[in-house]
Structures are given as structure tokens and as C-alpha cells.
Design a binder for this molecule. Sequence first.
Ligand code: AMP
Ligand code: GLY
Length: 421
Amino acid sequence: MNVLVIGSGGREHALCWSLAASPLVNKLVCAPGNPGIGQVAKLVAVDPLDRDAVLQLCRDEHIDFVVVGPEAPLVAGLVDHLEAAGFACFGPTKAAARLEGSKGFMKDLCAKYGIPTAAYGRFSDAAEAAAFIRKQGAPIVVKADGLAAGKGVTVAMTLDEALAANAALFTVPGAEVVIEEFLDGEEVSFFALVDGETALPLASAQDHKRVGDGDTGPNTGGMGAYSPAPVLTPELERFVMERIVQPTVAAMKAEGCPFRGVLFAGLMLTATGPKLLEYNTRFGDPECQTLMLRLKSDLLPALMASRDGVLKDFDLRWRDEHAVCIVMAGEGYPGEPRKGTMIKGLDAAASLPDVVIFHAGTRAGPDDTILANGGRVLGICGLGATTREAQARAYAAVDKIDWPEGFCRRDIAWRAIAREG
Ligand code: AMP
Ligand code: GLY
């Protein structure tokens, strides 16, 4: 089969790395990709948001199956556009991607179907939102309704902070906000493949959103991840499947917008049980990198079964090992990162046992050099019998990388390692 992967980050490199190993794949194309992906796929410089250009690419390359990595093209309806033209796609339609694209939609769905989540109010008027915030009091959470690349959420510890965040969101014309009850607990992510009707559990993972060690400093897209996350015990996982994931899948079908693709539940493990913080309608980045390292089965048939509605009784195998992914970022991230600096030592790092390196924000420089070209630049992954071993392997690889202008956190997976004792 000829497979097209849409996107250019570490997640898409991990997906391409996994798909390239499939005996079913004849030709692997990625748009636009990055130099790391270029080692396993043909790169084509097409913008994922230019849906006619993507459609033309499918025709030109005789594509049989499209895998959409990032949320923006999903929310913009890329899957609808390609499917209407006869191209099979993995990923939700525009209507189903509202689970990620609109927090208000997600919250209303949870309320209607009794899915455990934080209490909330939804507002399109600044004064009404402010009155609600005053009535509820701090701590409280203020969220922009639409996609905001992780920047639309303020967890406000004081009333002033909440009111300021609310006022800032309403400077945008037509803004909608969701004001939420503050939930206390440990966060964990859970992934399931969904085919419109059946949800097949994949795995748990934990991300590190803050830029600094000890979970300090500003939020980022994710500075590292590990899978599995032992905090999600089999019992909690059962609760999440039965009370959150499956009811959501049934609700989406009942609402006339069946969900197909990866359902990525961001959960808070509160004293009164798991609650849904958010849904994403695609793999997490960098969580996907850890999932792909652990996946033993061929990825392609699983993605095709999700698209074709035949996930029931699908047998997906995982390695027993644990995986850790350390993100190396460019100086300045999550602010304006320094770009164009040279990264050396990649081959030496990748030659270490049980290490895989995924590119995110890189570009090719002269004479086969690799240059930093973004905030999150590399995902250095290790696999091991324990999380501690996986972490040690990943950091041994990080230490082989010669890139003075890059940095990473030194404590990725600390919670799981503390639990391992
Ligand atoms: P979201 O994009 O909705 O997942 O929010 C981003 C981050 O904000 C989450 O990963 C949590 O760390 C935090 N957050 C979101 N909603 C809440 C809430 N209701 N209570 C506490 N923290 C929250
Ligand atoms: N790492 C979090 C996300 O992909 O949204």
C-alpha cells in the first residue's frame, strides 16, 4: 500500500518509523515531514492546511491510506475533504474533531451524557463570565473555547488572576470561554483507538508540560513523556474505559458524528475518581513516541481497522518494556527559540542499544548537517525493562548529542521512577 502521513513533528516521525516497518507498506510519503522522517519516507513540501494540495498529492502519489498526525488539519476538515474524494483516512471528521476543537462542545457532551468532568460554565459575554468567576471563587480555571496550542488555559489560584485571564480572552472578537472548577490530583493521559463504535484501549502515558525540572516554569507542548504510567492502575483504567471513553464513543454516535481515530483523554486522578480534563483527537506529542516504541504489532492494520469500523476483537500486542522520551528543545523555548544552530552526535546517540531518536523541529543544513529549526527539536527515546532503565538509556543518548544551544529536562519520568522505588 501507498501511505501518506500528514505532519512534521516528532509524533509524525514516530508514526512513520512504525509504518516504515510494516510489510504492508510499499511507499511511505510524508507532507511536509522533516529530515529525520526523510530517512524512512519520501518528503513532499505540501502544507497540511492546504487541503486541495493534499488531495492533489494523494492523486499524484496514488495514495491508498492517509494518516493525519496533528489537530489543526483534523479540526479544519481534511479527513472530510479527502474521504469525499475517495481517499481512506485515519482520523476524525471535522464534526468529530470538535471534541478537541471546541471545549464548549466537549463539556456540553459530557454534561448531557453524564461523563465525569469538572463543573463548568460556558460564556460568550465577558461580564457574564466575570460574574460567574466571582460567584465561584478561586482557584478556578479559565479556558479559551478553540484550539490554542496549549496557551488558552489559565489555572488561576486567585480571583484577580482569573478575572485578568478572562478579560484577556475577551479582547478577541467573538470569543467564547469555558470557566471550570479546579480539579486537584495527578494528571495522566490515556489513549484508545476508536472505529465509530468500538474503543480499543492502547496505553497510558504521562507528559511533562512545564519547561523546567521539578515541573516548574511556563507550560510547553510537552518536554518529555513515558509509557506506561503506573499511576493508572488496571482498576482505574477500567473505570476510564467504562465511564469516560466508551460513553463518549456512544455519545458521539448518538449525536450523529461518530468518532474514528485516536481518542486521547487528558485525565485528572482526583480523590473522587478520574475526571476528564480534555480530549485530543490525535496522538499526543511526545506521548506517541513512547507508544510507538512499545507497540509490537503492525500499526497499519490497526489504523485501517479504526477507519473501516472493524476494531471489535482486534488483537494489538505490546512489548512488556517501558519507554521514555526526552525532548531536546532550542534555547529560548517555549518563548522564541534560537534556530539554525548545528546538532552533532546524532548517529553516535542513535547507535546506543534500545535508543531511537525522533526529529521534530529540524532542517537539513549544508553537507548533510542537521540544524535546529523550532522549539521542540528532538525526541530522544529509550526502552527498558523498567522506567528507570528506559530513562537511563535515553539520557545516555542525550549525553552523546553535541548541541550546546539545546536543552532538556533532567527529570523526565520522575513520578514513575519514584513509584518503582
Ligand atoms: P487542557 O488544555 O484543557 O488540558 O488544559 C491544559 C492544562 O491545564 C491541563 O493539562 C491541566 O494541567 C490544567 N487544567 C485544565 N483544566 C483543569 C482543571 N479543571 N483543574 C485543574 N487543572 C486544569
Ligand atoms: N503532549 C500533549 C499533547 O500532545 O497535546
